[in-house]
Design a binder for this molecule. Structure first.
Ligand SMILES: [Zn+2]
Length: 77
């Protein structure tokens, strides 16, 4: 393996580690956040229905905070 090749592999590996390809992004995550939280509060499995939102919440602190705030509100705590 030549040096440029190794750098290219390293770069794509870093991209892979930093962003989940299923990640839907902030706009879509926030759009679905209330249904996601509703289903979670109802004892459902929103991770299975919206894996892209789940992936986003894991990688985005602000959205994850919004989600937990919303979940707490939905569950009445
Ligand atoms: Zn976000």
């Amino acid at each position: 393996m030549t040096k440029p090749d190794r750098l290219a592999v390293q770069a794509s590996l870093e991209r892979f580690l930093n962003t989940d390809p299923r990640d839907v992004g902030c706009d879509e995550a926030l759009r679905l956040l209330h249904v996601y939280a509703d289903l979670k509060a109802a004892g459902g499995d929103p991770e299975r229905h919206w894996p892209g939102v789940s992936a986003h919440l894991l990688s985005c602190g602000p959205c994850d905070e919004d989600y937990h705030g919303l979940l707490a509100a939905v569950m009445g705590t």
